[in-house]
Every structure is written in C-alpha cells, then in structure tokens.
Design a protein around this ligand. Structure first.
Ligand code: FIX
Ligand code: ZN
Length: 424
C-alpha cells in the first residue's frame, strides 16, 4: 500500500485529524430551526439554566426549589453562576461545558465576567448564531425532536407547514411519547385534528387503530420526519397488554413501514421522580433489554435506533446489536454523556460492533451546547479510536489515511443516513 501509515505518531495524528474534521450528523437534539419562531434556546443565560445545571445547583444552594423557580431567567443564571462557578469549582461535565463553549466562542473564560459574556451576544440574531455554532461545532445536520402534542409546536406546523423544514441543517423527527403513555388525555388532540379515535386504545377498536395510523402517517409526512421516536420507562415490556405495546404493534410500526423510516427507542428514563425539579427531576433505571430483543425479533422488516440510559444496560445492548441487524445502537445518552462513561461505552462498542454503531448524539437543548457536547465527545472518541487503531497496527495491519477517514465518517455521519434509508 503506497500511502500506508508506517508509524504510530502519524497514526494518532490521522485519527485525531479525522475525528475533529469530519462533519457530524447529530441524530437527537432538542434544538429548533430559526423558522420555529423563538422555540430555539440560545445564549449564556439559557446555557446556565440548562436543567443539568439546575439539578447541580439545587444540591448546593440554600434556596428552596420554589424560591429558585420564582426567579426570572437572568436571576436564575446569576444564581447558578455564583453557586456552581464562583462558590465552587466548575469541574462537573455540565459546568465545564459552559466554559468550553464560551472559550470556543472566543470569550476570556479566566475573566469570570458574566456581564461581559452576556454583552458579547448583544447584536447577534439566532439565525446568525446558528451559522456560527454549526461551524464552530463541526456539525452539518441536527435532528430535532418535534412534538405534535406540544400546543405551541403543533400550531406552528399547522400554520407554517413545510416552511419549517426548509433549513437542511435542521431535520425533523416525530416524537410520540404522549401518544404511547398518555392516551387518556392525548386522544383528544387527535380528535381535535380530525382523527376519529376513542378514549381508550384497544387493538379491537379497528376505527381507532386505523385513525391512529393515519395520524402518524399524516404527521410523519407533514414533518418529513427522518424517524419516529419515543422514550420508554425501565419497566417497559414488550409484547404486553400495555397501550404502549399495543400501539407499537398495531399503529406505530405500521406507520414506520408505510413511511419507510426507523423507530427510535430511548429506554430507561423514569420521569419526574422529583417533580419540583421539572426537567431536572427525571431519573435513570436499568431496563429490560429483552423488550428490545423481542421487538427487533418480531419486526425484522422494521429498523430500530436504540439507546439506553442505564450504564448497566450497555453491554447487553451492544451484544444484542450483534444478533439483530435491524438494531442500530446510538449515543451515550444524558447521564452517560460524561467522559469516563463515553470512553468505557465507546471502547466496548468498538470491540463488539467494529464501525457499525453511532457513538454519540448531543441531546443539546441550547444551541450553544453543540460546541461543547461535540468538542468533549470528539476528544474521547478520538482517544478510543487511537487505541483501537494502534492495537490493529500491532498486528502488522497497515492502513491508509482514507480508510480511517472512511471509518470515522461512518461513525459520525454515514451510519445514521444509511440506516434511515435502509441501506444497512
Ligand atoms: O427523552 C429525551 O429526549 C431526553 O433526552 C430528555 O427528556 C432530557 O431532558 C434530556 O434533554 C437529556 O439530555
Ligand atoms: Zn432528548
């Protein structure tokens, strides 16, 4: 091989270069395109009031949850800043992320001057900031989490339609947790939208089944959704008599087939174990990998993106992916998105799955976060891949840079698109 890499120093440079320069497709975020009129969050005050930081602040502040929640956004941000950054060292992942982001935006992190950071954003528009952040983060596409059960978002889709999907950097997904887990309330939304469904979901109620399928297909098409998705509690079982299991079998997976899109399962979240914390009140629990196994086995023609929230589920999930080619493992989700766990999980996935997985998504809620979430993840992924390629090098195998670049492009971008399209 003429251009083969013949020393480990060059090998490491090629690996880090490939990981840092490959444009990313970020397959799960809570970001919004500029057309979503103010739903998109950005700026240092939203960075500081990210729910991860609220959870950490509530462990160190004398304020009650209620007192903290009564503050306005600026006051909340100032309180988080004082509590987590001034009164204590900000070495938690979410704190460090704020500083990585500010530094990468060119701000003097050592100044600790929050008012100067705020001032820097003056005069910027969200639209202009999107250009800046996508370039700084090396992200080419993000997938949004689009929820037709959110009244504000539903109204925008009904009013603006495909005007919401014109920015190719923001691609929609159709999120359906409320349908699966709150039918008793959410069936009314479907009725308001003209779908003739009943107050109780039953597979024997053929009208409700048909109309629910029609709703999913209509909204999947309206959004041009790349996938349908939902999160699941640790005790989710499949198949079962639960409405969620019945809806999957009779409506959701049918709709995915008609739309020819995957279904994304995010498994292992226990919602609002501490309701007073709001979004920060969710918890992790070890889930049943057997439920994922059975849904992949029973629906071989369907494709499933799966991420699990519990560290204890990661090895089982990676082994399961060796059994089912219609299962694509993705991301180090939420409480796993910390360098020590990203490293452990990514190394295990490389050893079990080679290049056939998607190592990360950002789950960003604030646009600026794309910068740190991908900076921190690239650093770890590059470190792990270096070890894997060095081990390979020690066998006598020799690689060209283009082969490493190919592998990294698969991991950070192409595996997602090939799985969406059904070509792997
Ligand atoms: O279900 C989800 O999409 C979770 O990612 C969110 O509920 C969670 O709040 C989050 O943003 C975690 O990073
Ligand atoms: Zn999410």
């Amino acid at each position: 091989m003429s251009g083969a890499i013949t020393d480990k120093e060059r090998l490491r440079r090629v690996v880090f270069g490939a990981v840092y320069k490959t444009p990313v497709t970020d397959m799960h975020t809570h970001l919004y395109a500029p057309a979503f009129e103010g739903l998109g969050l950005w700026g240092v005050d939203h960075l500081l009031t990210y729910h991860y930081l609220i959870a950490e602040t509530m462990r160190q502040t004398p304020l009650s949850h209620e007192e903290f929640q009564s503050l306005d956004r600026r006051a909340m941000a100032e309180h988080v800043w004082k509590t987590l950054f001034v009164d204590h060292s900000p070495y938690s992942e979410a704190c460090r992320g704020v500083l990585t982001t500010l530094g990468r935006l060119g701000l003097d992190v050592s100044s600790r001057d929050l008012s100067a950071y705020r001032k820097w954003y003056d005069g910027l528009t969200y639209r202009r900031f999107v250009d800046l952040v996508f370039s700084a983060a090396g992200v080419k596409t993000v997938v949004m989490t689009n929820d037709p059960f959110d009244p504000r978002e539903r109204e925008l889709w009904l009013k603006k339609g495909d005007a919401l999907t014109r920015d190719p950097r923001f691609r929609p997904s159709l999120r359906i947790d409320p349908l699966l887990f709150d039918w008793g309330n959410q069936y009314r939304v479907l009725r308001e939208l003209g779908y003739d469904v009943g107050p109780v979901f039953s597979a024997d109620d053929h009208r409700t089944v048909e109309e629910t399928r029609r709703f999913l297909i209509d909204w999947g098409r309206r959004m041009d959704a790349l996938y349908l998705g939902a999160s699941f509690p640790p005790d989710f079982d499949y198949p079962s008599d639960s409405p969620a299991s019945q809806l999957l079998d009779h409506c959701v997976l049918e709709a995915c087939g008609r739309l020819n899109v995957p279904f994304a399962m995010m498994v292992g979240v226990r919602r609002r174990v501490n309701p007073s914390l709001g979004l920060a009140g969710d918890m992790v629990g070890r889930a049943r990998v057997e439920a994922v196994e059975r849904i992949c086995a029973r629906h071989p023609a369907r494709r499933f993106f799966v991420t699990m929230l519990s560290r204890e589920n990661q090895h089982e999930l990676a082994v399961l992916a060796r059994k089912f080619r219609n299962l694509m493992v993705f991301g180090c989700w939420w409480f796993l998105n910390n360098p020590s766990l990203v490293e452990e999980i990514t190394e295990m996935r490389c050893e079990l799955l080679g290049t056939a997985f998607i190592p990360q998504h950002s789950d960003a809620r604030v646009l600026d976060q794309l910068i740190y979430k991908w900076d921190h993840s690239r650093r770890v992924i590059a470190r792990v891949l270096c070890r894997k390629y060095e081990d390979l090098f020690d066998t006598g195998w020799r690689m060209e840079p283009r082969e490493i670049e190919r592998d990294v492009s698969d991991l950070l971008d192409r595996n997602f698109w090939k799985f969406v399209k059904g070509s792997i």
